[in-house]
Ligand binder design. Structure first.
Ligand code: IPE
Ligand code: IPE
Ligand code: MG
Length: 224
């Protein structure tokens, strides 16, 4: 059975779910938060150490202003309400992506990271304003600045995911089979699961099924 340390998720399908069931994309985003809570609980139950959630991509700035501001208001309320609970549950929050939001959001993110920094049970990497290509370019810039020699180790050192093991599993919900600029370097040997369900409809049992499948896969890493 394969060990499982790190699960990464592209949480896609909120908008379609919202339009279908609530006549509003934004209501889909609200419903998606409930799925996040379920998956965090289930991750702890399964002793997963790292959960990386794609919440907002560098490309998502192309969306209408009202949707973007709704998303960040949701995030703000979520963190304000939940960060104490996360802390009590020994959960560590790390933001991956460039923190260039409003001062209020930036401060809340920094506060949440600092507060939970020493926690050990589960690390949640929240990908916000995250894009894999710009992450890799940024890593090369830092290598150059520090006059380091280019190597896989050095490239990894300057990614947002430095010191985090590569994902064992990547899940994308929402019946779309693409990576949308997520963790392109880190998923070189990750087991990928494309899930038909929209994110708000995804649940613990779907998650457990994927974990079970993953555990029985023969992972070769190039060997036989
Ligand atoms: C993913 O759901 C969540 C974010 C990008 C914030 P979408 O909003 O992309 O939902 P669909 O794909 O339009 O249904
Ligand atoms: C990927 O979903 C980003 C997140 C889930 C945050 P998108 O819905 O933005 O991806 P595309 O644009 O359909 O590829
Ligand atoms: Mg989408």
């Amino acid at each position: 059975m394969n060990p499982l340390k790190h699960v990464a998720i592209i949480m896609d399908g909120n908008g379609r779910w919202g339009l279908k069931y609530k006549k509003s994309r934004n209501e889909g985003h609200r419903a998606g938060l409930k799925t996040i809570e379920k998956i965090i609980k289930e991750s702890i139950k399964n002793k997963i150490k790292f959960l990386t959630l794609y919440a907002f991509s560098t490309e998502n700035w192309k969306r209408p202003k009202n949707e973007i501001s709704f998303l960040f208001k949701l995030l703000e309320n979520f963190l304000q309400n939940k960060i104490n609970e996360f802390h009590k549950q020994d959960i560590k929050l790390k933001i991956i992506g460039k923190k260039n939001f409003s001062k209020k959001i930036n401060n809340l993110l920094i506060f949440s990271e600092k507060k939970t920094f020493k926690n050990k049970k589960l690390q949640i990497n929240l990908a916000l304003n995250y894009g894999s290509k710009s992450e890799i370019v940024n890593s090369f810039k830092l290598i150059k600045k520090n006059k380091d020699k280019i190597s896989e180790k050095k490239i990894e050192k300057y990614l947002h995911t430095a010191n985090i093991p590569d994902p064992d599993i990547l899940i994308r919900t929402g019946n779309t089979n693409r990576l949308s600029n997520f963790l392109l370097w880190q998923i070189a040997y990750t087991e990928i699961f494309f899930e038909r369900k929209l994110w708000p409809a995804f649940n613990e049992s779907d998650f457990r099924k994927i974990i079970k499948k993953y555990k029985n896969i023969k992972r070769n890493f190039g060997s036989i």
